[in-house]
Unconditional design. Structure first.
Length: 563
């Protein structure tokens, strides 16, 4: 039997049977996919496999990292026996009829070479091992040991900068690293406000937390560091000619301190400052000072690394904000245009209502009220779609009658059906059992699809919409099929219909309906697929797992891809 066998990745050993595949087999990371892969490099909806005659065809769904067959990136390809399908880090082998597991086991993920090519992996090392290696004391050379120690500091600083997107957390971690390698008593990191250019403290650390006091920093030193973009090491700032005119030096009584700029790619974003609370005379009595030129060099390097991380984080946050604003703008523009059309309809209907009341003309009054009612339904539908799309919700499955649900939907659209003289053929199954699903969500999903079908046949000769429902016990799926004889869609249009704000109705549509319907079906563990051809109408198939009422309130899902 045709199947896919995972031979590499977190799902190694899993087999997915393709024997009873009728609709598309969706492959991706999110729960709604029939073939869900535990792989972070796989897109939420990565690819689909469809049966075309006796063959199976793979389609990439514009995934981020691409889909590969036999190491060749493909957009669409027919699967052949033994093909290696790679999605993210997951590798699967396609086995047609007659292939057995022993045959699949002989597939080489990476070709083996018998000749010596002069290149092989001789050592691998993770981050923890790198840090441990830097911290080794297996050396008799003091200078080499000091260099190794400094490299370890820089390496750990780079790791902190690359793993953190929160600026406050990043700066706190960097200050923590500084205190591990510099014998400072107090320290802080200050950033320049982009608008006022004033320094604001973003992180503060004291070696002895219980003895923390107010920290006075010389304005003279800060201004020098920012203006000159140079790091400063002071052993007795009061005797330093560079700061002879600085009154703040005298007031703070600075002895040993290091202040370095946070110099990024484009500008200085702040400073790192550390100092000691031990008077210089006392430090000299002990035989040496706390800070040296080596500490200053290391602090300057750390400051540069921290500044790059701050810039990257700031730019990333700005990019996210820009994308959010762009999305909000698109949403407002699209919805405002549609709401404006609805309001114009209500205004026109209201005018006829007033005219009918003034002239005591019931016919005009009724016509106006019908227009108002239709537009009220439109605004109600729009609001419900917006709520359904924007709110993450878990389905509330309860025993429900699918036939009665579709009957109610057809009653809801009865007026539109009569006004458009649409022939609606609802093939009511006689043996459909009571099922477990969320009736509110499913009603919304089916209503959107049926309403789209009625829109598609508007103005057509002999407009017709066919609706059917069935339980596929073998596949463990419930299917609702909605078919219309409208104008149909070409392949390019069909590929975009489930994207947000994409509508084939022009000013009449919001582009929310099908997006919301697919979201609801995927929340149920199902999906919606569509087929269409220009001039031949369209067919939509809504699928979700078959769970009978007799299976219990929680239900027993019957998987079509059981190993």
């Amino acid at each position: 039997m045709p199947s896919l066998l995972v031979i590499q990745g977190r799902d190694t050993g899993a087999r997915f049977d393709l024997t009873n595949l009728e609709g598309p087999l969706s492959i991706g990371r999110e729960i709604g996919n029939l073939l869900q892969l535990q792989d972070n490099e796989v897109s939420r909806r990565h690819a689909e496999i469809r049966r075309v005659g006796a063959a199976f065809v793979l389609d990439d769904l514009k995934s981020s990292n691409g889909t590969f067959i036999n190491n060749r990136r493909v957009e669409r390809a027919e699967l052949a026996g033994g093909d290696r399908l790679q999605i993210g880090r997951t590798v699967m082998v396609y086995a047609p009829d007659g292939a057995d597991e022993a045959t699949l086991g002989r597939v080489d993920v990476v070709a083996t070479r018998t000749d010596v090519d002069g290149s092989r992996i001789v050592r691998s090392m993770g981050n923890d091992e790198v840090v441990a290696a830097f911290g080794s004391t297996d050396t008799h050379h003091d200078r080499l040991a000091k260099a190794r120690s400094n490299v370890q500091v820089m390496y750990r600083t780079a790791l902190a900068a690359s793993h953190t997107l929160d600026i406050d957390e990043l700066l706190g971690r960097i200050l923590e690293l500084v205190f591990e390698w510099v014998a400072a008593d107090r320290g802080c990191i200050m950033l320049l406000d982009p608008e006022t250019r004033q320094l604001k403290t973003k992180a503060r650390r004291d070696r002895h937390a219980g003895a923390a006091t107010s920290m006075a920093i010389s304005r003279t030193i800060l201004d020098y560091v920012l203006d000159k973009r140079e790091g400063v090491l002071t052993s007795d700032a009061q005797d330093d000619d560079r700061f002879a005119s600085g009154n703040s030096i005298v007031r703070t009584g600075v002895r040993e301190a290091i202040c370095v700029p946070l110099q990024g790619r484009y500008d200085t974003v702040g400073v790192i400052y550390v100092d000691t609370m031990v008077p210089l005379a006392e430090a000299m009595e002990s035989g040496q000072r706390r800070f040296s030129d080596e500490h200053l060099k290391l602090m300057i390097a750390i400051g540069h690394q921290a500044a790059l991380a701050v810039e990257d984080t700031t730019h990333y946050s700005a990019m996210l904000q820009s994308e959010r604003l762009a999305a909000i703008g698109q949403t407002i523009a699209t919805l405002s245009h549609h709401i404006k059309n609805i309001l114009q309809g209500i205004r026109g209907g209201s005018y006829l209502v007033e005219m009918g009341l003034d002239n005591d003309d019931l016919a005009v009054l009724q016509k106006g009220w019908d227009i108002v009612r239709r537009n009220q339904n439109k605004i109600s539908s729009l609001v419900m779609d917006m709520l359904s799309f924007s709110k993450e919700r878990e389905p509330d499955p309860v025993p429900s009658d699918l036939v009665s649900l579709i009957d109610d939907i057809l009653e809801t659209v009865r007026q539109r059906v009569d006004e458009g003289s649409v022939a609606v053929h609802w093939k009511r199954p006689a043996d459909l059992p009571r099922l477990i699903f969320d009736p509110e969500g499913m009603s919304r999903a089916v209503l959107n699809v049926v309403s789209n079908a009625l829109d598609a046949v508007e103005g057509r000769d002999a407009p017709r919409v066919d609706i059917a429902a069935e339980c596929d016990t073998a596949a463990g799926r419930v299917r609702i099929t909605v078919t219309d004889n409208g104008a149909g869609m070409d392949a390019e249009t069909l590929a975009d219909i489930f994207n947000l704000f994409v509508s084939t109705k022009g000013a009449k549509g919001t582009g929310l309906g099908l997006t919301v319907s697919r979201k609801i079906l995927q929340e149920h563990g199902g999906d919606i697929t569509a087929t269409s051809s220009p001039g031949q109408g369209s067919r939509f198939i809504l699928e979700f797992p078959l769970v009978r009422e007799t299976d219990g309130q929680q239900g027993t899902l019957i998987s079509a891809a059981a190993p």
